[in-house]
Design a protein around this ligand. Sequence first.
Ligand SMILES: [Zn+2]
Ligand SMILES: [Zn+2]
Length: 603
Amino acid sequence: MSLPASHLFEVAIEVELPENSNREPLEFQMAKWSPARYAVFDFAKNVQEVQAAAPICPRTDDRKNDQTRMTCRPVALPVTRVNDQTWRVDPKTNSSFTLSYKVFGNDLSGTFSQLDTRHANFNGGSVFMYVVNHKPDPVKLVINPLGVWRIVNGRMSNTNQREWQFPNWGIMIDTPTEIAPNWTINDFEVDGKTYHVVVHSFGDEGGKRAALVRDIEKIVRAEVAMWGAPEFDTYTFLLHFAADDRSGDGMEHLTSTQIIQPGALGEPDVYENTLGTIAHEFFQVWNVKRLRPLELGPWDFTHPANTRGLWIAEGLTNYYGHLMLHRAGIWDEWRFLRREAETINGIENAPGSKLTSAEEASLKASFLDRAQHIQSTNLANTSISYYPKGELLGFVLDLLIRGKTNGKASLDEVMRRMYDEFYLKSPNATYYLRGRGYTSEDFQRMASEISGVDLSDFFARYVRGVEVPPYDEVLSYVGLRLVKEQSREPYNAGISVMSEGESFVIANVQNGSVAEDAGLQTGDEILMLAGKRVTSDDWLRTLNRYKQGDRVPISVKRDRRTIQATLVLEPPEQFEYRIEERKDATAEQKALRVAWLNGDIRH
Ligand SMILES: [Zn+2]
Ligand SMILES: [Zn+2]
């Protein structure tokens, strides 16, 4: 990282070939994507100046070998780019050689990397090539920090560490690393395990740091209380408060998490949003990092991973992330229930809910997970995210199990038993990690076993199918009900809009909507509605003065021409959901609710 303003990381990969190996050419590859961000990003696009040379000379910081270094004269080896992500090196007669390259990184995120004058922050998948067919090999990482910059990651054995030994490439890239002159660290302990809260703030913290660390500890305690002792001695929360208002991300790892929170800690909402991300990412210490769908590790980085289980891995984590804020004492009962009602609002008002199931959304992750689309897509009408959809399935399944077993079992228990069976007690299925991955069917079987109910109908209708989950029925077990009301502004004609300079244009037209019937299209600039000029702020108010059956004239600009059309309003389609107490809630139902919210099981 000698030139931070260039954003160019300098990487050298030293390869030692086995004695008597046949010196075949070796291939080096940049991953097309990296774990838990399923969209394809082709990290090779930022690689430049790939070179190879032999033999390996002692590094400049290796004083003992100064003499050898002076006399060591590496000779260039030919490097051939084989395809978009692969480079081939012929070692000739050499038993070792170095492949070196630069990689551009200027994104602070849980997937990409950033080198600038403030810091170096990397996620290994976007920086380090692997040797094809040798991902299982042990790998040593040496970092040469710039000047007085200090290194920190989730696998530190001492504070001045510059070298790491990893069992394989997959574990190396599971270790995001921060190198900067001015990050700070706070520690706490829970049940003999040490937790580090590393913070690099680019904005004002408003004196909230001490409270933040205390609240993170509460979340850790709540999640450990559900799962039992985690399988590590130390864990690191690597937090950035990115004052650029652009960067925002959270990524889970085996012994750490990389969290980038937009804004500054001292600003409104940033504190609460940070805790929400913490509760989600720390839950994934268990759910997804260790207890994982079959397809999630080791990975083939030449094409996207395909799994039907992301609604479990990410969606159930979303549910528990919210529930844990309550169990940690940060959210009260109604704050949690309001949050779940908001998710119901989002999912049940989305047209994609009628077309894409939770399992199919998981399989479409590479199109959905922050994927960029230059080609126009209809995903806004056809898709939903496995995060909120899985969250609601977790919510419903938990209440269903608690209701059917009268509080004797819960989704918590399903998760614990899954962790036990597939992580702790299964023999290692691969070199990468303990245990083996589960299938969707494994999860269904475990949930059925623990609830004592055959859930095949439930999974067919709500997990693999697109029927609306039985929210109201399961809420009644705990003395609650779901209220569905027509929205205050129930009409949007199936249009969503975005501002474009001074004007506002149609961003999406729902299939089968009033706007589609009127011939309106994406990209149309809305000029007048009902004979008056409207803006992106007041067009909905104007439209909602009309009711079912009314004909509302609209004029839009398309291809430099003004077009007149008529919106013929149909029955209202936008609804608002809220969760409230049932008037007839019994003491028994209320007790079941308390047990659910607190994570208790009744005997
Ligand atoms: Zn930093
Ligand atoms: Zn997640």
